[in-house]
Every structure is written in structure tokens, then in C-alpha cells.
Design a protein around this ligand. Structure first.
Ligand code: LLP
Length: 429
């Protein structure tokens, strides 16, 4: 067992058990494709952050990056583990507001929040992470109209190049997100002198699926420097510093993801050290992990519909989902680990796993070695907890699968399977 599998993963005779539940039985009860979420893995991953920081940096908040996967059940699970939320849209904010998450632990990001989204956040006293000057202008008008004070963080571009996929880097200076220091400073000044905004702190996020620890340490140093500038130039103190998320996870045995505990502990210690050296008070420290909390907790279960031999080529295994429930292989060339739930033979072969969508590129993986695959078998994909359901689509009018949480042998539905009726529900006739 590796950290690719949920922590409750067990092989049984002709079955795989997760969260005490048989995958064969889950498929029989809920049908496939099916997203399965192991609650114990989420709880363990949440506690990894909260226990470590409670001991070493008690003034902290963990805001789960809900873009990785969000529904009311998941949000309640995070809340019951003391975790808040990072949201990036009105829809995510609305979902989280309908859950038990503490409103003081919600951070609203985004480079182009609409006026309605800003108003929703201001109405509920949610911290807004300001991306640009036009947005701040909108915030000031809305807050004044409502006679309320907006709680404001500022997103900074730290100028850090983290080594990850081009589409998921965000710290570099030409990133669409955030402001360079010199442009943020006057906006922070304007906010702190205003009666419509409460300046709370600064935020930076350098990217996602990051394996290298150096950029995180650089980030802390850069942010402390900026905290010092804000203090010295504006005489304004920074109460909160949000270092974002992005901690990498292992999807296959070739991945060597670093231990997230080591990174956050090193960052917390560095923050204390640098603040002390600069005679600055210790700000509240916020992290926004998404993938590192939920990726490992999720698996996707498919049924094999057909195995198609191809002359001089590895055979195709056709599953009953694909790019609509997991667009990541197509978008980011992401790799996953696969298995057959109940193998019928010891013979192994190498396959291309293809989805059912009407695109030649709808391939989940190539060169996957598996026990002999036959039609009607169940195929499981590990590590699909993050950015799978949340990036899924109705392409080809596909009905999105159900999501089931499993814990101590009991399954419970988090999201229902869509039906054909759901698919046509917004069609105006
Ligand atoms: N905070 C901010 C401001 C973010 O933009 C993100 C991710 C996170 C936190 C959480 O990052 P995580 O800990 O999950 O790596 N769809 C892509 C990932 C996009 C990430 C966008 N921002 C994927 O499937 O790999």
C-alpha cells in the first residue's frame, strides 16, 4: 500500500475494500461510473494540518480549496474537522454558506468576481481576496452602498516559478492572478485609510501539484519582506498571511511527492523566525490545501464494456466513463494508477484504457499493465478525489456519476447520479 490508495484500502478475495465497503457491492448498489470518497483519508489529511499547526503555530486556519471537490456533505466533513474553505465563485460560496463551515474561515478568491459575487461575500462578512484595482473599486462602491465594511486580503504575485504544469502555475510575474508588490501597496494604503474596507492581510499561491519545497520557503521570505514594507511604509500591520496550497501528491508509483507535514512545519518555523528577526508580530497563518486533502481519498469505479483487440497494438479497454468524469489526462497529461477489482486470471497484459466519449483523445491512460481484463469487470482508478468531479462535464449529454462517501463499512450518498431528465431540465422548448 502506498499513499496513492485511500488509507482504508484493502485487497480481499475477488474484491477491494475501501472505508470498510466492498467495491463490488458499491457498484451493485449505486451503479457505475461511481466516485467513491473515503472519509477516513480526508479526516487523516485534515488532522495532519490541524494537529501539526496547533502544536507549532496555533494562530492558523486551514481553508480547504473547495475547487478540488465540493458539495454540502464534503463541506460539512471539512467543517467537522475544523477546516474552513477557499472559494472562487458565487456557486462555491453559496454551497459553503449552506454547510457548517465557520464564516470566519472562508476566503473568496478569483480574478474577476462579479458584483453579485462581491455583494454576496460582503453581505455575509466573508474575507475577499482582492485581485486587482478595478475589483477594489467595485468592492468600495458595494460596501458603501450597503454601509458595510468589506474584509480584505490582497493577492500578491511573489514572482516565483514553481515547476509544475504550465496551466497550473500561478506565482510568476505574468500570471493572470494577483498584483505585484508596488501595485498592491497603494491599494492597501487606500483600504486601510477607508471606512468601507478592513485590511486584514496578504495572500499568495504559487501553483498546484508542486513537488519542490524550495519555492515554498522562498515564498515565506518574500511575504515577510512585504509585511515589513507594509508596516514600515504605511504603518499598517498585517494580521493574516495566506500562503495558498499546491502541495503535490503521488498519483503513480513513479511520483515522489514530498511529505506535506515537513513543508508546512518548515514554513511555519521560517515565518516565526523571520517575523522575530524583523520585530514583527506573528500573523495568523493560512494554508489552502485542496489536492493534498482529497486526492488520495477518492477512487473512481468503472465497468468494462468491451475489450477490443487491435492488430500490432495493445488492446483497448472501454470503460463506461472517461473524459467527462475525468478530463485531467486530456488537459494535463495526468497519470493515474488502475486496477481490476476481481481479476479472473494471473495472466497480465498491457492495455490502453479509453473512455466512451466521441473523441479519439478520450483516453484515460496508455500502457497500463493489468491482470487479464474482460468485459463486465470492474476497473478502479485511484487518486481521483481532487479535480475530477469538480471538473466533470455533461459532454455528449453524459449523466454525471453519483458520489458516495464510505466510512466504517457504511456508504452514504454525497451527490446523486444525474438522470436523462436532469440533462434536459434547462432546455427551453
Ligand atoms: N489556493 C488557490 C488560490 C488556488 O488557486 C488553488 C488551486 C489552491 C489554493 C489549491 O491548490 P491544490 O492544493 O489543490 O493544489 N485543475 C487542476 C488544478 C488547478 C488548481 C487551481 N488552483 C488539476 O486538476 O490539476
Amino acid at each position: 500500500m502506498t499513499n496513492i490508495h485511500p488509507i482504508t484500502f484493502k485487497k480481499a478475495i475477488n474484491d477491494i475494500i475501501i472505508g470498510g465497503c466492498s467495491l463490488t457491492e458499491l457498484a451493485a448498489t449505486y451503479n457505475t461510473p461511481l466516485y467513491i470518497i473515503d472519509e477516513a483519508t480526508i479526516i487523516k489529511n485534515c488532522q495532519l494540518f490541524t494537529h501539526l499547526l496547533s502544536e507549532h503555530y496555533p494562530n492558523f486556519c486551514i481553508a480547504y480549496a473547495s475547487k478540488a471537490g465540493l458539495n454540502i456533505g464534503l463541506s460539512n466533513l471539512m467543517a467537522s474537522n475544523g477546516i474552513g474553505a477557499d472559494v472562487v465563485s458565487g456557486g462555491e460560496l453559496y454551497t459553503v454558506l449552506n454547510s457548517n463551515v465557520d464564516r470566519n474561515q472562508i476566503y473568496f478568491h478569483g480574478n474577476n468576481k462579479s458584483k453579485e459575487e462581491l455583494a454576496l461575500a460582503i453581505d455575509h462578512g466573508i474575507r475577499l481576496v482582492v485581485d486587482n484595482a478595478d475589483e477594489l473599486h467595485n468592492i468600495s462602491r458595494i460596501a458603501q452602498e450597503k454601509n458595510k465594511k468589506a474584509l480584505l486580503m490582497f493577492r500578491i504575485k511573489p514572482g516565483i516559478e514553481a515547476h509544475t504544469h504550465e496551466y497550473i502555475k500561478t506565482g510568476h510575474i505574468d500570471s493572470k492572478f494577483g498584483l505585484p508588490f508596488n501595485e498592491a501597496l497603494p491599494l492597501i494604503q487606500a483600504t486601510s485609510c477607508s471606512d468601507w474596507g478592513d485590511f486584514i492581510g496578504i495572500h499568495a499561491h504559487i501553483g498546484s501539484q508542486i513537488f519542490d519545497t524550495t519555492p515554498y520557503m522562498d515564498l515565506v521570505a518574500i511575504l515577510v519582506n512585504f509585511i515589513k514594507t507594509i508596516q514600515e511604509d504605511l504603518n499598517v500591520s498585517v494580521k493574516e498571511v495566506n500562503c495558498g496550497g499546491g502541495f503535490g501528491v503521488s498519483y503513480t508509483k513513479n511520483d515522489q511527492a514530498p511529505d506535506v507535514s515537513d513543508i508546512i512545519l518548515a514554513m511555519a518555523n521560517e515565518l516565526k523566525l523571520l517575523c522575530d528577526a524583523n520585530r514583527l508580530p506573528h500573523p495568523k497563518l493560512i494554508f489552502e490545501p485542496g489536492r493534498s486533502i482529497i486526492a488520495q481519498a477518492g477512487v473512481t469505479l468503472y465497468t468494462v464494456g468491451a475489450v477490443k483487440p487491435i492488430a500490432n497494438h495493445e488492446p483497448y479497454v472501454f470503460v463506461d466513463g472517461g473524459m467527462a468524469d475525468n478530463p485531467r489526462p486530456m488537459m494535463y497529461q495526468s497519470e493515474y494508477t488502475f486496477d481490476i477489482v476481481a481479476p479472473s486470471s494471473d495472466h497480465r497484459d498491457t492495455y490502453t484504457i479509453a473512455g466512451k466519449f466521441c473523441e479519439s483523445g478520450d483516453i484515460l491512460a496508455k500502457h497500463v499493465e493489468l491482470p487479464l481484463v474482460e468485459k463486465n469487470q470492474l476497473l478502479v482508478v485511484y487518486g481521483t478525489g481532487a479535480y475530477n468531479y469538480s471538473m466533470s462535464s455533461n459532454y455528449n449529454r453524459f449523466c454525471k456519476p453519483a458520489m458516495v462517501a464510505v466510512h466504517n463499512g457504511a456508504p452514504r450518498i454525497l451527490v446523486k447520479r444525474e438522470s436523462y431528465k436532469d440533462i434536459i431540465q434547462y432546455d427551453a422548448v
